[in-house]
Design a protein around this ligand. Structure first.
Ligand SMILES: C[S@@+](CC[C@H](N)C(=O)[O-])C[C@H]1O[C@@H](n2cnc3c(N)ncnc32)[C@H](O)[C@@H]1O
Length: 249
């Protein structure tokens, strides 16, 4: 993928998007996608499980990777509807699915995430799982369930990319920690920070190896970048019946 094309894809392809939120971090996101998806091919299966966010990544991929098989899940129903209308309709290998999961900030009326939740994709289906800015606004217990899902969704050897607020020697989970970021936390779950050892233990428990950890304390909105690889080992325990509905209405 080429960064300049990625940016222009956002400018031209998502006119409505700009009025909602400018794609300020699109260059960084494009770069992360390139690195997580080294070897990205038109046949690659990429799951942006959570946070397709008006298709920011998908729009770049349409331009750069053509017919990649993409699934984007998000807790925001209007944003999923927008992505279907503006992306999926003309690029059917890009699919968008609403997951009605409660998030105090983005989807307060959703259903509580349970241990038996799973995304509507088969085990080992994804080459790449991508979650920019998801764990940053998610309770630790929900993150644990999503990490289990990352492991289940990835094929052996597949890679995941995510960002998180991660620090050493802090409480396992801190909601809107005072003085941590250089902006005011005005809304619930504006910033959710995890202890590094707790988060990394969850990865290990689910057979996910940290291949790269770019710590950004004090910069880059403090979001650190984490690249994982599925190395086999214990995968999430079988969960036959999902408790959540992921609707394609
Ligand atoms: C900070 S935005 C980041 C979006 C996108 N990755 C980006 O960087 O532009 C957080 C996104 O996560 C979604 N979200 C929050 N909780 C979620 C959950 N449990 N499952 C799926 N999506 C979720 C929100 O609706 C929102 O689109």
């Amino acid at each position: 993928m080429h960064q300049r094309n990625y940016d222009s894809a956002h400018e031209t392809g998502a006119a409505g998007f700009r009025s909602v939120r400018p794609p300020t971090s699109a260059p960084a996101e494009g770069d992360s996608a390139r690195r997580a998806g080294s070897g990205l091919r038109s046949t690659s299966r990429l799951c942006s499980s959570a946070a397709c966010d008006l298709g920011r990544l998908a729009i770049g991929l349409v331009r750069e990777a053509g017919s990649v098989q993409y699934w984007g899940f998000d807790a925001s129903e209007p944003w999923i509807a927008w992505c279907r209308k503006h992306i999926e309709r003309s690029h059917p290998s890009f699919r968008f699915v609403h997951v009605n999961i409660e998030n105090e900030l983005y989807n307060p009326a959703g259903t509580t995430l349970g241990d038996d939740f799973r995304f509507p994709l088969a085990d080992g289906h994804a080459d790449i799982v991508y979650m920019w800015g998801v764990f940053t606004n998610m309770r630790l217990n929900d993150a644990r369930i999503y990490i289990s899902e990352i492991s289940r969704l990835l094929r052996n050897g597949g890679r995941a990319f995510l960002t998180a607020f991660v620090e050493k020697n802090v409480e396992p989970e801190s909601i809107n920690p005072v003085g941590y970021v250089d902006y005011e936390c005005k809304v619930p779950l504006h910033v959710v920070r995890y202890a590094q050892d707790v988060l990394f233990s969850m990865f290990a428990e689910h057979g996910l190896t940290v291949e790269e950890f770019a710590y950004h304390g004090g910069t880059h909105c403090n979001q650190s970048e984490i690249y994982l690889r599925k190395v086999g080992g214990p995968v999430s325990s079988p969960r036959d019946q999902p408790s959540m509905t992921a609707r394609r209405n």
